[in-house]
Design a protein around this ligand. Sequence first.
Ligand code: C2E
Ligand code: MG
Ligand code: MG
Length: 567
Amino acid sequence: MKNKQILVVEDNELNREILMEILEDRYKVLEAENGQKALDILKKYKDEIALILLDVMMPVMDGYTFLKKMKAVPEYSVIPVIVMTQGDSEEDELKALAYGATDFVPKPYRPQIILHRVASIINLRETAALANQFKYDRLTGLYSKEFFCHKVRELLRENPQKEYDIICCNIENFKLFNDAFGVYAGDRLLRMIALCFTQLADRKELVCRFWADRFVWLRKRTAEYDDEMFLELDRKINDLPNAKNLSLKWGIYRIIDRSVSVEQMCDRAIFAADSIKGQYMNHFAVYDEAMRDELLRKQEIIEDMETALEKEQFEVYFQPKNDLGTGKIAGAEALIRWNYPIRGMISPGEFIPLFEKNGFISRLDQFVWEKTCLWMKRWKEKGYPVLPVSVNVSRADFYQMDLQDVLSSLVTKYGLTSNYLHLEITESAYTENPKEILRMVEKLRKKGFIIELDDFGSGYSSLNLLNQMELDILKLDMGFIRSEMTKPADKGILRFIVELAHWKNLQVVAEGIETYEQMVRIRDLGCEYAQGYYFARPMSGQDFEVLLNEEFGKKIHDGKTGVERRQ
Ligand code: C2E
Ligand code: MG
Ligand code: MG
């Protein structure tokens, strides 16, 4: 039962002993002989202390100074304090209450009175804390999402004439900040941003942390928003200690139609902020009709995905991969397409990010792998040389299935060997839990699958990761090649990467080759393979078969049935 802890701050040893005797049957008791010692204890045990009993007259640091200091620290200030006053000094009692004490007890001590007061204050605080738990965000002390929405509804109802906007703020590179400085520093930064928001907001406005690094603010309407206002806010936040180079995006939803739910209003402001992700020049965006249509389209995609899979609206396309030495087709990449009724073909750029978020990607990927194996089996049966085909593997796939088992069963089912199925994994897949993914990749590689690192150079490429990974092939992102051709300052990087890859015994595939000049450049640098519109666009399985026939058909008639694999 003795699970509650009380801190007794009293310089007189005898008094401490008396208090100990009164309390120790029911509570665990910590002791401090002055205010300074008490602050040291608070620093260590702040979360475990249910109440403080405080004497006012003490050497080193008296009770009032202690009260003042502890009330200034938000985490300490919630702990109730009972001040022990001399006799019936009204002046002492008033002063204690003015400094933030919860209650007082006069000396000399009367055990039953002390026990009752302590118990009822602890009880009161716990009940209040329980109620507040749902109202406030634990990390920042701002309103919780639910309570914020409740308060906004109330405010809108009570002020039908006033005009408000919902403003959302998103820190674009917060994940990077967390990775670089650690979660603790990240939390501290969020707390400081929260404080900054409370200072920015008017007394009649409301602020909450919606989730993670997203803050939402109900603000009185400003006629027009401009960059200057948001740049000023960015500066304020970036002026916080440690918060250098935070890139912030602001989204605004103008509350005109009050029949829209508050949750939806917030979602729309967040959507507006997200719409300018990665756009260096844009600091804020106002939710408009075009965004509404886009949001609806996204909802529609999610609603229709299951049916689309059932009704075979998804189709696997193949984009040839060419050998730069011979100029011949050396393989392909399987890419998903969605034959959407009415709208026609929609590109994966539109739906893959949504499916990655809701997990559907894993089912879709398995569909692609299966169809790819089916086509490969068919081409093999028709006598075409067996060419390796690369399939994309999402980060979610590592967590949602036993990859090794699923992929091995697939190749066996279709009479293929695992080294003809190449697995493309993007570098970003490694960012969250690199060890686990590295381990799984190693297992897959032992099973014979060929591992390709996709989109290398598109994100924050880490040479360190390149060093740790068990890899076979490096796929250079198309942006890499483009900037090498256009920005003189980037010259040399590509050569360096290709040389590094070769030194690590990796083959290199250049993606997105669109022109003759690009092809010559990467060929001269020593890339083994290339993929891109210059050679061919992604095409249906039937069309790819026609291509195979053009390229290898004659050989089949010659009786030659295979090309040598180049790994
Ligand atoms: P990715 O894996 O890097 O695929 C290459 C993308 O570049 C493809 O876009 C391809 O059509 C496009 N591309 C190829 N050559 C050129 C070129 O010369 N110029 C330009 N501008 N683009 C070129 P796509 O098919 O739209 O796919 C986009 C991304 O969607 C893929 O990037 C991949 O990350 C993802 N994806 C596609 N299919 C699947 C799939 O079945 N599963 C998973 N998990 N992701 C997929
Ligand atoms: Mg790919
Ligand atoms: Mg790629």
